[in-house]
Design a protein around this ligand. Structure first.
Ligand code: COA
Length: 214
């Protein structure tokens, strides 16, 4: 990991923590006696501000698409983003949080989520995921836009159309495009760059076409 990424990450982290401390100090005196409440407010504020810091950083240094070239601007951006992702992941993985709240965090992180769509799974790279309207991502499904293979990284966006169902525990790999009204079966693994057509149902490992609605 480039040293410049670590330095920039810690600078942004210091800024984020300073704001969290300021917010904590600004709380009314009666609230300051409730340490558990203060800790929860501090944790949630820290996580949400980390998301915002990461978004602001990515607005200046966008994530690269494709293989990540060592020592490039893209690698720098990806490494800073990855350090933020490690911070934010506990918030997204916590089943103690209602999934509606997790959706809010995904949208804040950059996922384009259409109207009435829900996500009860895990989106590992929110800025690179687009989901249409009226779609459902099933419980424990995972959408990952990054692949770490043979010592190198690559990043490709994932696009999910309208009225799509992604089944429980399905895994969607980088570069997958899922057409409108398609279904991915429970437990399926949809391989990199697969194009699932509109109205199609795919399942299995690796996922194959099971049927197509007429
Ligand atoms: C794939 C799915 C949509 C098929 O349901 P269906 O339309 O009722 O069809 P069937 O159950 O008759 O199955 C059709 C074929 O798909 C196969 N199939 C069903 N579920 C499958 C799965 N999870 N993985 C692989 N193949 C599957 C069946 O074996 C059958 O194959 P066959 O025609 O060779 O016998 C359904 O099994 C499924 O996985 N739905 C996801 C639901 C879900 O998780 N929603 C999210 C809620 S949070």
């Amino acid at each position: 990991m480039p040293a410049s990424s670590v330095v920039v990450f810690f600078l942004l982290l210091t800024g984020t923590l300073s704001i969290v401390i300021l917010i904590d100090q600004a709380q009314p005196v009666w609230l300051q006696r409730y340490y558990i409440v203060r800790t929860i407010i501090g944790f949630v504020t820290f996580e949400l501000l980390s998301v915002v810091s990461c978004r602001l950083f990515l607005a200046v240094f966008p994530l690269p698409i494709g293989p990540i070239v060592p020592k490039s601007r893209g690698e720098f951006a990806y490494c800073v983003y990855m350090l933020f992702a490690i911070l934010i992941l506990p918030l997204l993985q916590s089943s103690a949080l209602p999934f509606v709240f997790r959706q809010f965090v995904y949208v804040l992180s950059g996922t384009r989520l259409g109207r009435r769509s829900t996500c009860a799974g895990l989106i590992l790279d929110p800025p690179l995921v687009t989901i249409g309207s009226d779609s459902q991502i099933g419980f424990d499904a995972v959408l990952t836009c990054h692949a770490f293979q043979h010592g190198s990284y690559e990043l490709y966006p994932i696009t999910v159309g309208n009225q799509v169902t992604i089944g429980i525990r399905a895994i969607i790999l980088p570069g997958v495009v899922i057409g409108d009204r398609a279904t991915v079966a429970a437990g399926a693994v949809v391989a990199k760059h697969t194009q699932v057509g509109p109205n199609e149902t795919w399942g299995g490992i690796p996922a194959r076409l099971i049927k197509k609605a007429t």
